[in-house]
Design a protein around this ligand. Structure first.
Ligand SMILES: [Ca+2]
Ligand SMILES: [Ca+2]
Length: 119
């Protein structure tokens, strides 16, 4: 495959990822197939094991799980935090299988991932 075009580094756009959502993309740097969650999803259907980047635009934290139905390893995305490359965080690219919206900004005992981007 020949690459004849270059892609400018992208940043997640609030126009695409609206307020009060957990946004997820199938590729690094907020590109590819886009999905936005307003509520917990214990099984991701066609988005299972697909996500490479995330942005939490909620005022509460979300857990992401490696296995469906909130199983396996669990990580926490705090309010306003984003992950441009899940591969940089515990090799989590193409592994997330469930997302859970929490009731507060606390991560509890879960490991936080990502860096602050703003909500
Ligand atoms: Ca992917
Ligand atoms: Ca998985």
């Amino acid at each position: 495959m020949a690459f004849t075009t270059t892609q400018a580094p992208a940043s997640a756009s609030p126009a695409q990822c609206a307020d009060n959502r957990l946004c997820a993309w199938s590729d690094d740097n907020y590109l590819g197939i886009f999905t936005a969650y307003t509520a917990s999803a214990p099984a991701l259907g066609g988005d299972n094991d697909r996500f490479n980047s995330l942005w939490n635009r909620n005022s509460v934290s979300w857990y992401v799980y490696v296995d469906a139905y909130n199983g396996g390893a669990k990580y926490c995305v705090r309010p306003g935090y984003s992950v441009s490359k899940l591969n940089d965080w515990f090799d989590l690219d193409d592994k997330i299988s469930a997302v859970q919206k929490l009731g507060s900004s606390s991560c509890g005992t879960a490991t936080p991932i990502g860096s602050y981007k703003g909500s």
